[in-house]
Design a protein. Structure first.
Lengths: 508, 370
């Protein structure tokens, strides 16, 4: 097999970091090649260079044996490289067909939709993609929107398809389907570059290139290595891949209810029922796992439980006291801690330094004020103590948090929420995008809080983690709790089914 | 246009690219601002040349009029007093990313509030009288600011629109009051758009034997100090700065954004109102519209040039005060039109904004390999 796309000694620097250093990589015609690595290993930078979005500072890119000098993605598309980004670039108001055609060179001044329709229908048939071309894209499920993105690339005659963490937004069923079609595309001669950090997907690829700290560790065939070996290559050391909680004392525990949620509903700004009759309860010293594909009401649930949103119906009680409709300040004062999923947007003031972020929300608290004024000395000493305790890697407490890595920034939030809360901890995707080492650390901290008697709501997209950590797992789909399962007796398949809508929809 | 789009455009054409500096050095920042002054003067020189005047003579006259003698320094400080205050009003609002353009109207309403106070509190002991006048002036400005904030909080009305609209409204109200309404000066047969002189007891005392410099300048300096302490040392200041950077996280952690917006606008309005008080009771000694004109808009420029920092605003305010008091000299001694001064202010704003960007970014050349 010949190389269709090749990177030779590719180097790309950003201020303060070398994102790619002398990277050699080749994609053969008709293979699925996986880029594997931790966050910040340089996967996205490499693919952005291959797609012409960044220009490398050293080395070059070859297409079909010839040096290609991409000045912009337009050049890459012209050479037959297509990319599907993690965040889709679609117009919600347009139909599927319009989204595929608009913005392509072929459209010119006039949209020739009839001709285009024939071609797109042909492509759908060829790759067995089932999609209604006249549906409004905004009405499609996320998985279907991804097909639109893929069709866009195919419509432009892509020979190479770069897929950036394509399964991140999909249900288990949808990703199964995606990988079936990826296989089919491969058979038809397309070359696919897959960026992933999910072991299952990596093991399905023909070859895997492992990146660590901007350098290529090795390119291997998954058939010849074990998942453990791959993981070791990725992190450069052995890692206890999954946290497993000690369950020996579990049987004796009785959970005294801390938080009770009863028939809570919430309608979002567009009138969509984002939460539909949600009821659940969490006990003292209990971790309730929350599974579900993101965008199925988890975010709204967390915002309601922390007082950021007010439910339309239903009631909330904390230690028997009704709290719905109170301002978020009251929730904090009653001991509720929140680790939001979008940490830089919802949990931190990026331009503020670590010390200032450690008191966010508590800037008026007696501990941090001296009469009318902030007690900077006291804030500094408390914050610096937390920096040590939570092993936050930083030159000093005066460093702005936007200079920190995602993991260290997350530790700032954890430290703040842990010391200021006392009863209930709400953690929405606390490990998303973090390195394995930090993930392990975050989970250890959460388990420690469980031992202290906190009630904990933990949402994660990693089912394995929920199975290992939770006392019970609630599954959400379409704003409803579709089931609450026991992690010791359930299976990934059962949860996957509930995530996809559960028994109700199957019957209907 | 965002930086990244500039980046791709430049990158695709000339292989140059703008990158953010990791740690901008203070010396570099100072250098950029000095460069901004030099370039600003150079561009102004071009403008003076087009008017046919002698550039060197014009600048010499400008400097002499601004800082050439003790008398001119005092005149400069007097001119800078309301500008520093409206600049500080801008700092408080803009740091919270509340885009209030209402300083202009708040200067008027502050002046009107103070004049109202001077009418109703007449006869009280002089220090109490002065304090109440100042207080009513600040309340006048605060009310106007507060209205815009409440409109934003309750009805989601953009503060930019509401403050600009109120700037017009308040000027018309003042025109009515002093141009035929109840506050019009009655003694003369001709109606000037002004009130009669304010009582001597209400006038702000002059300082250091100057006939121009008055107590208002001290208020301006104290206000700058108060603004600094408020922003850097108090929980409210923490909330104001946090709101400017990321209101979402602030709201997630229990701070009421609407309430903070109202406080910001009330404080900003009160400071702008104080500018009106200083101008009327320190300099013109009667309420009239022309002396208040443009103080608020100029304050926005001064706050921006001062880097939205209280100390920077004081420096920029004094520099602009110097331009204003030197303009007359320049006109008399070098026959340069005084209208050149606002043009120069505009040029300075542009060069300073460029310097602020240049201090934070750098242009790098991309190495090409093929």
């Amino acid at each position: 097999m010949s190389d269709i796309l090749k990177a030779v000694n590719l180097t790309k620097r950003f201020p303060g970091v070398i994102a790619n250093e002398n990277v050699n990589f080749d994609l053969r015609a008709g293979e699925v090649h996986c880029l594997f690595g931790e966050n910040g290993a340089g996967k996205s930078t490499l693919s952005s260079c291959l797609f012409g979005f960044y220009q490398p500072e050293g080395g070059h890119i070859e297409i079909g044996g010839e040096i290609a000098n991409f000045k912009s993605p337009r050049d890459a598309i012209h050479m037959g490289v297509g990319m599907v980004h993690q965040h889709f670039v679609l117009v919600a108001e347009f139909s599927v067909l319009e989204n595929i055609v608009v913005g392509t060179h072929e459209s010119g001044w006039q949209l020739k939709l009839t001709d285009a329709r024939k071609r797109v229908e042909g492509l759908c048939a060829e790759y067995s993609i089932d999609l209604d071309l006249d549906a409004r894209v905004g009405d499609l499920a996320v998985g279907q929107q991804q097909w639109v993105e893929i069709l866009k690339a195919l419509f432009l005659d892509a020979k190479v398809l770069i897929l950036d963490e394509p399964s991140a937004v999909l249900t288990p069923e949808e990703s199964l389907r995606l990988f079936r079609i990826i296989d089919h595309m491969k058979e038809l001669g397309l070359s696919i570059l897959l960026i992933s950090h999910k072991m299952v997907e990596v093991m399905q690829a023909d070859r895997v290139t492992v990146l660590r700290k901007g350098k290529v560790v090795d390119t291997v065939c998954p058939a010849n290595v074990t998942p453990n070996e791959l993981t070791r290559m990725m992190v450069g050391r052995d890692v206890e891949l999954r946290m497993v909680r000690d369950r020996t004392e579990d049987a004796e525990r009785k959970f005294e209810t801390v938080l009770n949620v009863e028939k809570v509903s919430y309608r979002d700004g567009r009138g969509k029922l984002a939460l539909d009759n949600v009821s659940l309860h969490i006990g003292k010293g209990e971790i309730l796992g929350l599974a579900g594909v993101s965008g199925n009401g988890q975010k709204e649930l967390f915002e309601i439980l922390s007082g950021v949103l007010v439910p339309e119906n239903g009631c909330l009680s904390l230690d028997g006291e009704r709290i719905e409709g109170l301002p978020s300040r009251q929730y904090m004062d009653r001991g509720v801690g929140l680790v939001p999923d979008d940490r830089f947007r919802e949990g931190l003031i990026p331009e503020f330094n670590i010390r200032e972020n450690m008191i966010l929300g508590w800037q008026r608290h007696d501990d941090y004020t001296n009469g009318m004024f902030l007690d900077h000395k006291q804030i500094g000493s408390i914050a610096d103590g937390l920096i040590d305790e939570f092993q936050i890697a930083t030159p000093s407490g005066a460093t702005p948090v936007n200079h920190l890595s995602g993991g260290n920034a997350q530790k700032v939030i954890l430290a703040r929420e842990f010391v200021h809360s006392s009863k209930l901890l709400l953690a929405n995707q606390p490990t998303r995008g973090l390195d394995l080492g930090v993930i392990e650390y975050v989970y250890k901290q959460i388990i420690a809080k469980r031992e202290e008697g906190y009630a904990i709501l933990l949402a994660s997209e990693e089912l394995e983690d929920l199975l290992n950590l939770s006392d019970r797992i609630a599954v959400m789909s379409g704003g409803k709790i579709t089931g609450i399962v026991d992690p010791l007796t359930t299976t990934v398949e059962e949860i996957g089914l509930l995530m996809a809508g559960g028994k109700e929809e199957q019957a209907a | 246009m965002t930086i990244s789009s500039v980046e791709t455009q430049i990158a695709s054409k000339s292989r140059l690219k703008i990158e953010r500096r990791v740690n901008p050095k203070t010396s570099w920042t100072v250098f950029m601002y000095l460069l901004a002054v030099v370039i600003g003067f150079a561009l102004t020189a071009l403008l003076i040349m087009t008017s046919g005047a002698d550039v060197f003579k014009a600048f010499a006259a400008l400097f002499k009029g601004a800082f050439g003698s003790q008398k001119s320094v005092f005149a400069t400080l007097a001119k800078s007093t309301p500008l520093i205050l409206t600049g500080l009003a801008t700092v408080v609002a803009f740091r919270a990313q509340v885009w209030s353009i209402g300083q202009e109207g708040q200067v008027y309403s502050g002046a009107m509030g103070a004049y109202f106070g001077c009418l109703i509190f007449a006869g009280l002991p002089v220090w109490m009288y002065l304090s109440l006048i100042i207080l009513s002036g600040m309340i006048g400005g605060a009310i106007l600011g507060g209205i815009a904030a409440i409109l934003k909080d309750r009805f989601d009305v953009s503060e930019i629109i509401s403050t600009v609209m109120m700037n017009y409204l308040i000027v018309f109200l003042l025109s009515y009051l002093i141009g035929g309404g109840p506050w019009t000066e009655v003694s003369s047969t001709v109606v000037y758009q002004q009130t009669g002189p304010v009582p001597e007891a209400s006038q702000l005392p002059h300082l250091l034997g100057s006939s121009k410099l008055h107590l208002g300048f001290v208020f301006a300096l104290v206000s700058a100090l108060v603004c600094y302490v408020l922003l850097e040392k108090t929980p409210l200041g923490y909330e104001i700065r946090a709101m400017g950077f990321n209101p979402i996280a602030l709201a997630y952690r229990g701070t009421n954004i609407g309430r903070t917006t109202v406080l910001v606008m009330v404080i900003s309005g009160a400071v702008a109102g104080l500018a009106g008080v200083a101008e009327i009771f320190g300099t013109s000694h009667r309420l009239r519209a022309d002396t208040l004109y443009n103080l608020g808009y100029t304050g926005i420029i001064i706050g921006m040039i001062g880097g939205l920092r209280p100390l920077g605003t004081v420096i920029a305010g004094i520099a602009f005060g110097g331009l204003a008091s030197g303009a007359l000299y320049m006109k008399l001694l070098a026959q340069v039109p005084a209208a050149l001064v606002p043009a120069m202010q505009g040029i300075m704003l542009l060069t300073f904004l460029c310097a602020a960007v240049a201090a934070r970014y750098k242009i790098v050349r991309i190495q090409s390999d093929g």
